[in-house]
Design a protein. Structure first.
Length: 286
C-alpha cells in the first residue's frame, strides 16, 4: 500500500512539473515578441560571459591585454576599467579600455598582499577583497587602489552594500537592497533625502504593454532586476528571460522606471544563444 501511494505521489509530482514546464514557449514566438518591441542600442551591458557595446557582442574571454586575461569590473560612457592578475606572484595591472577600437591605457600596477577573492569598483578606485595574510585565523581585508593618485591602501572592512552595489556605486541619492522571494527577486529602493521606500517586483510588468506580454511568457529564469542605472529620477533595470529548460536562447531586457511616477518604459532587449548566468554591470548611453 505504501509503495502504491509513493508511486502515485511521484506521478502527481512529475505531471505537475511537466504541466508547469517553464520552457515550453516556442523560441520563434519569443523572438517575434521581442522583435516587435522598441529596440535601442544606446547601452553597454556586461554579463558573466559577454560585453555588449551598442548591440555588438564581444566574448570576455577574448578581451586580453598582452595575451593576459582581463577582468572587467566597471563601465563608463567611453570605456571600461579592468585588471590583470598573476596568481603566482600576486601582480596586478590596472587598465582602462575604450569602446572605440579597444585602445588600452595602463593606469598602474601593484603587488597585492594576497590572492583576490572578489574585485569591484567605486569612488575612482579598484577594490579587492582577500584573506588577511597577517593572521592564520579567518579574517578578510580589502585592498584599494586609487586611479587618481595611483596609490594603494588597506581597508579593514567594507559594507556589503558597497561591495555588491546594485548600481556599482555610481550614485548616492538612492539606496538599493535586494530581497529574495520564493520564485522572484524584489528590489527595494529608498530615496535618501525623503526616506520614501518603493519596490520593483514582478508585478511591475503588468503596468506596461511589453511587460504584460513578457509576464505571460513561460520562462526558465525568475524575474530579477539584477543591476540598475540611475539618471535623475529614472531608474533603469535589467532582467532576463530564458527560453527552454536550459535557457537557450536567453534574453535580457532593459526597462526604465521613474521613482516619482512609477511609470515604466520598455527600452530594449538583447539576444543571446546561451544562458549568461548574471549581469555584472550596465549603463545607458546619453
Amino acid at each position: 500500500m505504501k509503495k502504491t501511494v509513493l508511486i502515485l505521489l511521484v506521478i502527481v509530482f512529475v505531471f505537475s512539473f511537466t504541466s508547469c514546464y517553464p520552457g515550453d514557449n516556442n523560441p520563434e514566438e519569443i523572438e517575434a515578441m521581442f522583435n516587435s518591441f522598441n529596440h535601442s542600442d544606446d547601452y553597454v551591458l556586461l554579463t558573466h560571459f559577454q560585453l555588449i557595446v551598442k548591440g555588438e557582442h564581444y566574448n570576455r574571454s577574448e578581451i586580453k591585454y598582452n595575451e593576459k586575461e582581463t577582468n572587467i569590473i566597471f563601465l563608463d560612457e567611453n570605456g571600461f576599467y579592468s585588471y590583470t592578475f598573476n596568481k603566482s606572484n600576486l601582480f596586478v595591472e590596472f587598465l582602462y579600455t575604450t569602446y572605440d577600437d579597444f585602445v588600452v591605457t595602463k593606469l598602474g600596477e601593484a603587488t597585492l598582499p594576497e590572492k583576490i577573492i572578489n574585485g569591484y569598483y567605486g569612488d575612482n578606485c579598484f577594490w579587492f577583497r582577500m584573506d588577511d595574510p597577517s593572521t592564520d585565523e579567518f579574517k578578510q581585508i580589502h585592498y584599494r587602489w586609487n586611479t587618481l593618485n595611483k596609490t594603494g591602501s588597506i581597508v579593514e572592512s567594507v559594507d556589503d552594500n558597497y561591495e555588491y552595489s546594485a548600481n556599482n556605486n555610481r550614485v548616492n541619492n538612492y539606496t538599493f537592497n535586494y530581497q529574495n522571494k520564493l520564485f522572484d527577486k524584489v528590489l527595494e529602493i529608498v530615496d535618501n533625502d525623503t526616506r520614501i521606500k518603493k519596490t520593483i517586483d514582478k508585478s511591475i510588468l503588468k503596468s506596461f504593454e511589453e511587460g504584460k506580454r513578457i509576464s505571460e511568457s513561460n520562462s526558465s529564469t525568475i524575474f530579477s532586476p539584477e543591476q540598475v542605472y540611475v539618471i535623475d529620477d529614472d531608474i533603469y533595470f535589467v532582467s532576463g528571460l530564458g527560453v527552454g529548460v536550459l535557457s537557450e536562447p536567453h534574453y535580457y531586457y532593459i526597462v526604465k522606471w521613474n521613482f516619482n511616477t512609477e511609470e515604466c518604459t520598455f527600452i530594449t532587449s538583447i539576444y543571446f544563444d546561451y544562458f549568461q548566468e548574471w549581469v555584472d554591470d550596465f549603463i545607458i548611453l546619453k
